[in-house]
Write a protein that binds this ligand. Sequence first.
Ligand SMILES: *Cc1c(COP(=O)(O)O)cnc(C)c1O
Ligand code: SF4
Length: 438
Amino acid sequence: MTLLLDRPTGATRFRAFGPRQIDDIADRYGLSPALRDGIALLAHVLPFRVNEYVLDELIDWTRPEDDPLFRLVFPQRGMLAAEDEHALEQLVRSGASTRETAALVKRIRTGLNPHPSGQQEYNVPVHRGERLPGLQHKYRETVLYFPTQGQSCHSYCTYCFRWAQFVGDPSLRFAAPNPGRLVAYLRDHPEVSDVLVTGGDPMVMSTERLSAHLDPLLKIGSLQTVRIGTKSLAYWPHRFTSDSDSAELLQLFERVVAAGKQVAVMAHFTHPRELRTTAVRTALQRIRSTGAVVYCQAPMVAHVNDRAETWAELWRAELAAGAVPYYMFVERDTGPYDYFKVPLAKALELFQTAYRTLPGLARTVRGPVMSATPGKVVVDGVEDHADGRHFLLHMAQARNPALVGRPFRARYSPDAAWLCELEPAADVPEDIRAAMQS
Ligand SMILES: *Cc1c(COP(=O)(O)O)cnc(C)c1O
Ligand code: SF4
């Protein structure tokens, strides 16, 4: 396999590499046999996908086992429960049939909770008696839109909960082949001001395809903002600079802006290193020159970015690039959760430590935020009261708009890592208590 080797420097044609290329990756970047074998084993359950930009410009190959960017994209030992990893290893070593392996893989994956927080059940809207696949309408003003052709990414994050969509289990897929039903829905729902195009990553689509999804939205007067959720700035900034249709992509953004809508690129940056390359800086400049605004968000995950200095540097780098720090998420209960989870108390402490060092213009960031069933719950602080130590929280977004912005308390716990593990204080009003327990 020479794909990885015969590459003139500077060439930027996108090619993805996965488990079948692990030996070539190991040879080229000097991975130890132990690391290589661990990746190959875990990849049965957690598919990986990388490209040359990620391999060449993001990962530090001097100590891959300690490198946050390496852990971000390569599945490794320790990410699955020990008994699952063991069972998988025994089975693969025994030379089991593909069918036997597939059955175990399926069982392990099902245990990884691919649809946390009622993603699939609660949020799919019904319009004129029909469920609309590929749409989610959770918060009054924002509809999520999942185009069929955007259900992949330029590289996969090991912590992602959307892997279920990528691995071909049709019961786990939900996506829209075209925007016809979205347009009809928006016409009947003028309260929706924002469409958030998401995936996967909508930027894996060609500009032509993306235009086919976006152009029909421009005629809808009540739509104000087209948001595009993407990690392409981190994983493939060439999408905006040197891909064959990157100029047309920037023209599409300009067209949306010219139609009187905002383009908000919701960029997923996990680590400050993702903002250091020439390619990403150029990409950010080009995007901004179209009139689009870049907002940044990412989860805090153990082994990757659970340090205050990492976040302080990330938010400063975003601000310096003209982007807006927006949300720091709490990792949710899905995928290799025990490996990546960070307790709320720790996430809050790291958030606050980093936040205090920021210039005011970077204090646009909110967090730590749990994107939970009732809404986006922000942990604001810890306070000692006569009745004990408590977390202070509020909802930044809620299915029920009456809950937004009202402070409430929950009993402090050093280990709680999600809303369902919090015990509401005695004085929490009934509507908020009910939401917390939904
Ligand atoms: C986060 C999120 C939004 C957008 O929320 P904002 O606070 O407006 O950024 C919309 N829909 C869903 C389902 C979300 O999780
Ligand atoms: S880029 Fe986004 S959707 Fe894709 S794997 Fe990473 S977190 Fe998941």
